[in-house]
Design a protein around this ligand. Sequence first.
Ligand code: NDP
Ligand code: HSE
Length: 437
Amino acid sequence: MSAAPIRVGVIGLGTVGQGVLRLLKDNAAEIARRVGRPLLVTHAAARDPAKPRDCDLSGVSVVTDPMTVAREADVDIVVELIGGISPARELIEAAVGRGKPVVTANKALLAEDGNRVFAAARRGGVSIAFEAAVAGGIPVIKAIREGLAGNRIERLAGIINGTCNYILTQMQEKGQSFADALRDAQRLGYAEADPTFDIEGLDAAHKLTILASIAFGMPLDAGSVTTEGITRVTPQDIQIAQVFGYRIKLLGIAKRGDAGVELRVHPTLVPETSLLAKVDGVLNSVLVRGNAVGEVGLYGRGAGGDATASAVIADLVDLARGLGADPSHAVPALAFQPDAVQPLPVLPMSAIASAFYLRLKVADEAGVLSKLTAILAAHEISVEAILQREPQGNEDAHVALITSVVRQERFDHALVEMLRLPFVREGAACLRVEKFD
Ligand code: NDP
Ligand code: HSE
């Protein structure tokens, strides 16, 4: 390959940044054959340039000021891998303002401020590529934005946070504690710099924001996703769900109906025979339903240095191939032409129907089940499964049940009445159940 290399500046040499450098080196010949020219990292930035890194930095100028990389005249493409809103946003805006295309894995920035950042890229006549921002190494952005462009997308649902899926799997399969499983996920490089983003569902909400935008052609609006994380999921609920024939997974769900869109992230019971129930550990999966193609499923590693580097480099290859091309011919960042992106009404949770899993702590006395089911029946909610657990040690007795599909509003009215019953000590857990059939 005799053509001059394309010069890449990498801002951030953490889990993903090091993965990118390793993979660019290991697969250099294969990548150059795809691009037509080699990709060479010439500049990089990190907070501590002296820190040992698990990648070869020979020939790379490593600085502490990331803005010098974003503005560097001898860099053709900038890769932003520091995460967070600021200074990542200013760095990307500086790069695109100088006509440099950018690759980023920063879902927090795109979900919170993507409309602004993409507008800056359009002004600069360049693209921002972000395959790594959703579901790690799975090419889900390209699949939805380009591969499904002939469809009206009706729904997508998936496991889109590797850390949470790893924690839930470890709790279920190995009986590991939440805290220990989270520590392992951090050690393995899956978790965000602040892991609250993972376990409170915010990272999944950021990813769902991006997916909904490219699926439905709506502007990015992270605030429109109702979000609940996994911190209140107990080993007991995992075990009872299993008895009922379900697994608990943190799902991101986006559905489009006549009244508006549902955008929600929450722990969900899924039947143990479903595809999503079988997605374990750091693996992610996204199911997309298009009106022509039907159901499409994507599956793979959702976090970690090498898997995420795979997606970053796919974007680098795309941008490298397009260097110097007419920007009006580029694939629109959010799949729809910018002037065709339109807000859609987002439905409140009270209007959303699903089945529910409910666990109540109750006094150990006669008539508990019949009084609970009588309230549900009065609200026209049927019970699909019910289980009563005797008190264990000092613990109260528990009743757990799964309802038929019902709007949350109606379920909430029944729940209020159940919680008023004198033998009910506490509403211990309430989760949605989704079957996707
Ligand atoms: P890390 O925390 O491992 O790495 C961040 C890197 O950025 C570090 O090298 C750090 O320097 C550097 N850095 C941070 N702030 C600055 C600054 N102001 N100036 C210069 N350098 C800075 O993060 P990850 O690699 O895990 O994640 C990077 C991005 O990729 C994030 O947006 C994340 O959400 C996203 N992502 C991560 C995935 C993963 O599996 N980890 C998967 C998909 C996306 P130093 O090392 O010296 O401290
Ligand atoms: N912290 C994220 C996760 C990284 O666990 O899924 C991948 O985006």
